[in-house]
Design a protein around this ligand. Sequence first.
Ligand code: ZN
Length: 239
Amino acid sequence: MTELSYQTDAYLQEFEANVTAVIADSRTVVLDKTAFYPGGGGQPHDLGSLLVNGVVYPVDKVKKQGEDVLHFLGGDAPLPAPGSASHGTLDWVRRYKLMRTHTALHVLCGTVFRDYGALVTGGDMEPLKGRMDFEFETMRGDLVREIEAAVNREVAQARDVRVKILPREEAFQIPDLIRTKINLLPEGIQQVRTVEIVGLDLQADGGTHVRNTREVGKIRVTDYKSKGAINKRIYIEVE
Ligand SMILES: [Zn+2]
């Protein structure tokens, strides 16, 4: 089982951990804890490196498998032994861009729900670029400009972003979380991690976010597209 350090400290760039398992076929290692985000909720996995016994292994891919986080090691150096101490380092430039982008997308969905009552049906992101699908019947250029102005006003409000881990029962009492389809969470999950942009948006979310919307910077709505009668896609970029 891997302790998910990124869930409680998104700003952790380096960490110490022990190798608990090694899978030679896939060149993967499991650590007892990690700051590497394994991907999910539209946010791509992190990249970086792992230093073990003087060898620097590139971390090319990270994936959650059950309770473990698998770190895929690049290069061709012999794999470390289970029980080894390691030092992990994230590609922080990339990760911080993803944090700003992820928070920008939550600003977008919070603003669009507040102003138009439109729910999100999906989303995806890469560093400094993202897209989100909304239940909108019509989307026009002037509406897009209005949304762009509104999201930048919210960023400028310098709203705090708060992460909490709540017992399932408590989370299920929160109306905003019910709206974002918390009821789709699997039965077995006893704790729900929530990300709140204070005064704007609250969702169940596993991703990494900046502490305050002022860190997001300027958001540009770059395009929009119809994805069906009641589905409209909005593309954003963060400068
Ligand atoms: Zn999210």
